[in-house]
Design a protein around this ligand. Structure first.
Ligand code: B0W
Length: 823
C-alpha cells in the first residue's frame, strides 16, 4: 500500500518537520538549541524526501526486475551532502524560507557540515561523481563501500611540515546514514580447509574458518538530479557477534570479551593511505576481503529473494564493477560461493563469474599495483587460495592451448608471481576473471594494452575498452560556482547540468564582450572570496587581481609539485637579480595531502612552505609574487579553490597520470590549463584547442624512450640552464630553510644523484616557456577571457554522465529504469 502519493514540500512543511526533529530527535527546545541541533534536524528533514523517492525507486525496480550493477570501491569521497541534496530535491528555496522564518541562516548551516572523506584522492572522488551520474541517469545500481570510523586524516601544517590528525567525522553522528541491522551479513576468515565427502562420494573441500564476524550496513541515499531516482551507497561496518562476547563474558573473562569486539571493529576503523608499512598491509587485505564478502553476500541475498537457485540467470540480472584491484577478491569469492555453497560445477561457476565481473584499472605505476604475499593470503583466506590456484591452473591451460610453447608469456600472465617471494597479483586475477577491463582515459588505455595488460589484450582484445573519466557538473559547477552557472544558463538555457554537451553553444559567445566581462567579473568575485579563505587559513593577504596559479591534488613525485616549486624559485631569483623585471603578478596556490609514510612528498610540502615564508615576507617581490599552501585539501576546500583559479597545473610526467579529474573541474570553472600531454589532458586538448591551453614537455613516448635509453643525465640540463641551476642551488644550499641543507637535501639528491625519475629537469625549460605564454596572455584580458569561454565550451565531453553512459552500454549492458513519483 503506497502512502500518500501526492506530497507537497512547502516552507511550512519543512519548518514543521525541522521543529519536529529538533524536539523529538535532538530533544531540545528551539530557544536552547545549538547549530549542530539545527544542522542535524535540517538534514533529517531533507532526508524525508530522499526516503520517499527511494521507496518509489524500489517500487519501480521491483516492477521492472532489472539487471542491477554493484559498484565496489574501497573509497568514496562524497564530501558534504546538504547543498547537493537540496539542489537535487529542489528544496533549496523552501528550506531557505523556512529557516529564515526562524531567524536561522542556511549558509551557516551549509558551512557547518563535516566532509565525509572516505577516500584518498581521484579514485575515491570519481566513485562519488559516478554515483551522482548513475542516479541522474536512472540506472539501477548499488554502491558498496566501507564505513570507516576515521576517513582520510586531517592535515595540519606545523613549522612547514605536514601533521596528520585523526578525522573524527562521525563524532556528532551522521544524519544522512540509515542503519540497517536487518540486512546484517556474516563474514568468515582464517582457519583451514578440511576434505569432506560429498553425496556422490567425491572429496569435497570444507572451509573451517577460525573467525566469524558481522557486516552491518549503513545506507546513504544518493538522489539523481532532475529525476526521482534515488540510489543507495551501502557502507559496511565490522562488528563482533554478540554470542561470542557473551560466552567469554560468562566465563568471567571480561577483558577478552571486549578485546574480541575491538578486534572485529578494527577492520573498519580507518581508511588506508595509499602506501604504508607491512604491518598495516595485513589489515588492508582484511578490509578488502570484508568489503567483498559483505557486498557479494548482499547481492546474493537480493538475487535469492527473487529467483531462488536459478543461477544461470545471474549474469542477466547482476554485474559487478571493481574499482581498481582493491575488490578483486570478488572473483574468488563468487567462485567459492558457486562451487562450495551453491554446488555448481566449476565450469558453470566460471562462466557466470566471468560474465558478471568487470575491472577498472586506475594506474600503471608499479608501486601502486597490488600483490599480496602468499602466506598472508593463506592465513586469512585458506579456501580462496585453493580457489585461486585452480582458477590459475585452468586459465593458464587455456592460454597454453591458444598460444603453445610460450613459457615467458605464461609466467607473465600467471596470477602468481614467483621470483623467490611468492605473491598473488591482483591485477591478473581481475583481468582473468572479468568480462570487461577498462582504462580511464584514451592514452592510459593504450598504455594499459601495451604494457600491464599486453598478453591479455593480445588474446582477448574485445575485453579491453577505454572509458575516459568525467566529473559531475552538478557539484562541480552548478553547486560550487552558482554565479557562473547562472551566467551560462542565461546564455544557453538551463538544460546543461543534465546535458553538458550543450556548453558547446557558449563558443558563439567567446568574443562577446558582455559575456567576457561577466565571466571575468565572476572569476574576480570568486577570487575575492578565496582570498578571504586564504587569509583565514594562513594569515597571508593575496591580491585578487593577480593570476591565481593553482595546483591542487594528492602530493606525489610523479605529479611534480616540485617542478612548480622550482619555477617559483626561478621567478624569485630573477626578481632578486633584477628587481624591476616585468612580471605578471601571481599568487601560487597549493593544496595537497602526502601519504603519512611518503618521505619525499612530505619534503615537497616543507619546501613549498619554506618558499612561501621567504617570498611572502620579501618586500622586493611584494605585489608580484605570493605563495600559499592551504592545509587539509578535501572536497569542501576544492569547491572553494576551483571556482577561483585562473591557471590549472596538470604537469605530471607524461604517461604516469592515468586520467586526472581535477584538470576537468578546473577547466569547467574557467581556468586555463598548463599541462603535459598526459592522461585526459590529451583529450581536453582536442576538445578545447591548442590555442586555448599551454601544453609543454616530453610526450609519453619520448619519456619512455629517454628512460629506456639509459642516457638521461640531469646534470646536462643543470649545466646548460642558468635559471635551473639557480633554482636548484637554493635547494642545495638550504637557503630557504634557515641555511640548513639537511632538510631539503633528499629532494636535491632525488633529482641530482638518483636519476630524477620523473624527469623534472628535462621538462623545466619547456615548462618555463609555457608559463611565460600563460603570463603574457593573462595581460590581454579580452584574449584571456575568450580562451576561458572556449575552455568551458569544450568541457561537455567530460561530464561523468557521458562516462557512465559508456559504462552502461560498453560494459554493463544496462538499461535505465525510469521512476515515477510525485515527491
Ligand atoms: C588509490 C588508492 C590506492 C591504495 O589505497 O592502495 C592505490 C591506488 C590508487 C589510485 N588512484 N590509483 N589511481 C588513482 C587515480 O585515479 C583517478 C581516477 O581514475 C585518476 O584520475 C588518477 O589519474 C589516478 O592517479
Amino acid at each position: 500500500m503506497a502512502v500518500s502519493s501526492s506530497f507537497l514540500v512547502t516552507p511550512d512543511s519543512v519548518r514543521a518537520s525541522f521543529l519536529h526533529y529538533l524536539r523529538f530527535q535532538r530533544g531540545v527546545e528551539f530557544e536552547r538549541s545549538s547549530r549542530l541541533d539545527h544542522l542535524t534536524s535540517l538534514c533529517l528533514a531533507v532526508r524525508e524526501t530522499l526516503v520517499n523517492r527511494r521507496l518509489d525507486t524500489q517500487r519501480a525496480w521491483r516492477r521492472a526486475q532489472p539487471k542491477i550493477v554493484n559498484y565496489l570501491s574501497m573509497e568514496y569521497m562524497i564530501g558534504r551532502l546538504l547543498r547537493n541534496n537540496l539542489i537535487a530535491t529542489e528544496l533549496f528555496e523552501p528550506v531557505q524560507e523556512a529557516l529564515g522564518s526562524l531567524g536561522l541562516s542556511l549558509d551557516e548551516l551549509l558551512d557547518a557540515e563535516d566532509d565525509a572523506g572516505l577516500g584518498n584522492g581521484g579514485l575515491g572522488r570519481l566513485a562519488a561523481c559516478f554515483l551522482d551520474s548513475m542516479a541522474t541517469l536512472d540506472l539501477p545500481v548499488y554502491g558498496y563501500g566501507l564505513r570507516y570510523d576515521y576517513g582520510i586524516f586531517r592535515q595540519k601544517i606545523r613549522d612547514g611540515w605536514q601533521e596528520e590528525v585523526p578525522d573524527t567525522w562521525l563524532k556528532n553522528g551522521y544524519p544522512w546514514e540509515i542503519h540497517r541491522p536487518d540486512l546484517t551479513v556474516q563474514v568468515f576468515m582464517g582457519g583451514h580447509v578440511d576434505w569432506g565427502v560429498a553425496a556422490n562420494g567425491e572429496h569435497q573441500p570444507r572451509w573451517l574458518p577460525a573467525r566469524h564476524l558481522f557486516g552491518v550496513p549503513y545506507d546513504v541515499l544518493i538522489p539523481g538530479f532532475g529525476t526521482k531516482t534515488v540510489i543507495v551507497l551501502r557502507l559496511w561496518r565490522a562488528e563482533a557477534p554478540e554470542e561470542f562476547d557473551f560466552e567469554i563474558f560468562s566465563r568471567g573473562d571480561y577483558l577478552r570479551a571486549v578485546e574480541q569486539r575491538e578486534r572485529a571493529a578494527a577492520i573498519t576503523r580507518v581508511l588506508y593511505p595509499p602506501d604504508d608499512t607491512e604491518a598495516g598491509r595485513e589489515l588492508r587485505l582484511t578490509q578488502e576481503y570484508f568489503l567483498v564478502a559483505c557486498a557479494v553476500r548482499d547481492v546474493i541475498n537480493r538475487f535469492e529473494r527473487h529467483r531462488d537457485g536459478d543461477w544461470s540467470s545471474f549474469p542477466a540480472k547482476v554485474a559487478f564493477q571493481l574499482n581498481d584491484t582493491h575488490p578483486a577478491l570478488t572473483v574468488a569469492e563468487l567462485m567459492r560461493f558457486f562451487v562450495d555453497e551453491a554446488g555448481l560445477p566449476w565450469a558453470k561457476a566460471w562462466e557466470i563469474t566471468t560474465g558478471v565481473c568487470n575491472y577498472t584499472n586506475h594506474t600503471l605505476l608499479p608501486e601502486a599495483l597490488e600483490t599480496w604475499p602468499a602466506e598472508q593470503m593463506q592465513r586469512l583466506l585458506p579456501r580462496h587460495v585453493q580457489v585461486i590456484h585452480e582458477i590459475n591452473r585452468r586459465f593458464l591451460d587455456e592460454v597454453r592451448l591458444r598460444v603453445p610453447g610460450e613459457a615467458d608469456r605464461i609466467g607473465r600472465m600467471s596470477i602468481f608471481q614467483d621470483n623467490g617471494d611468492y605473491r598473488f597479483r591482483m591485477a591478473n586475477l581481475a583481468m582473468a576473471g572479468s568480462r570487461r577491463v577498462n582504462g580511464v582515459a584514451r592514452l592510459h588505455t593504450d598504455l594499459l594494452r601495451r604494457h600491464l595488460a599486453r598478453d591479455f589484450a593480445e588474446l582477448w582484445p574485445e575485453k579491453f575498452v577505454s572509458i575516459t573519466n568525467g566529473i559531475t557538473p552538478r557539484r562541480w559547477l552548478l553547486a560550487c560556482n552558482p554565479a557562473l552557472a547562472e551566467a551560462i544558463t542565461r546564455r544557453i538555457g538551463d538544460s546543461w547540468p543534465r546535458d553538458l554537451d550543450r556548453l558547446e553553444q557558449l563558443r558563439a559567445f567567446a568574443e562577446d564582450s558582455d559575456f567576457q566581462d561577466e565571466v571575468l567579473a565572476i572569476k574576480h568575485a570568486n577570487k575575492v572570496a578565496l582570498a578571504g579563505t586564504i587569509r583565514e587559513l594562513t594569515g597571508v593577504d593575496v591580491d585578487p587581481a593577480s593570476l591565481f596559479d593553482v595546483q591542487v591534488k594528492r602530493l606525489h613525485e610523479y605529479k611534480r609539485q616540485l617542478l612548480n616549486a622550482l619555477h617559483i624559485i626561478a621567478l624569485y631569483n630573477r626578481l632578486q637579480i633584477d628587481p624591476n623585471a616585468e612580471l605578471t603578478p601571481r599568487t601560487f596556490i597549493f593544496a595537497a595531502k602526502a601519504a603519512p609514510a611518503y618521505h619525499m612528498a612530505k619534503r615537497v610540502i616543507r619546501l613549498i612552505n619554506a618558499i612561501a615564508d621567504t617570498v611572502n615576507r620579501d618586500p622586493v617581490v611584494a605585489g608580484r609574487l605570493k605563495v600559499v599552501f592551504l592545509p587539509d585539501y578535501r572536497v569542501t576546500l576544492a569547491e572553494k579553490i576551483i571556482p577561483a583559479a585562473d591557471l590549472s597545473e596538470q604537469i605530471s610526467t607524461a604517461g604516469l597520470e592515468a586520467s586526472g579529474t581535477g584538470n576537468m573541474k578546473l577547466a569547467l570553472n574557467g581556468a586555463l590549463t598548463i599541462g603535459t600531454l598526459d592522461g585526459a589532458n590529451v583529450e581536453m586538448l582536442e576538445a578545447i584547442g591548442a590555442e586555448n591551453m599551454f601544453i609543454f614537455g616530453l610526450t609519453a613516448e619520448e619519456v619512455a624512450e629517454l628512460r629506456a635509453s639509459g642516457r638521461y643525465n640531469p646534470w646536462e640540463y643543470y649545466e646548460a640552464d642558468p635559471d635551473l641551476r639557480g633554482a636548484l642551488e637554493v635547494l642545495h644550499r638550504g637557503a630557504l630553510v634557515g641555511g640548513d641543507p639537511g632538510v631539503l637535501h633528499d629532494l636535491w639528491a632525488s633529482l641530482m644523484h638518483h636519476g630524477d625519475r620523473y624527469l623534472v629537469l628535462a621538462d623545466f625549460r619547456p615548462y618555463l616557456e609555457a608559463q611565460r605564454r600563460a603570463a603574457a596572455l593573462y595581460r590581454h584580458r579580452r584574449a584571456w577571457a575568450a580562451a576561458v569561454i572556449r575552455n568551458i565550451a569544450g568541457m561537455g565531453r567530460f561530464s561523468s554522465d557521458r562516462s557512465i553512459r559508456e559504462y552502461a552500454s560498453l560494459v554493463w549492458d544496462l538499461p535505465a529504469v525510469p521512476v515515477n513519483g510525485t515527491r
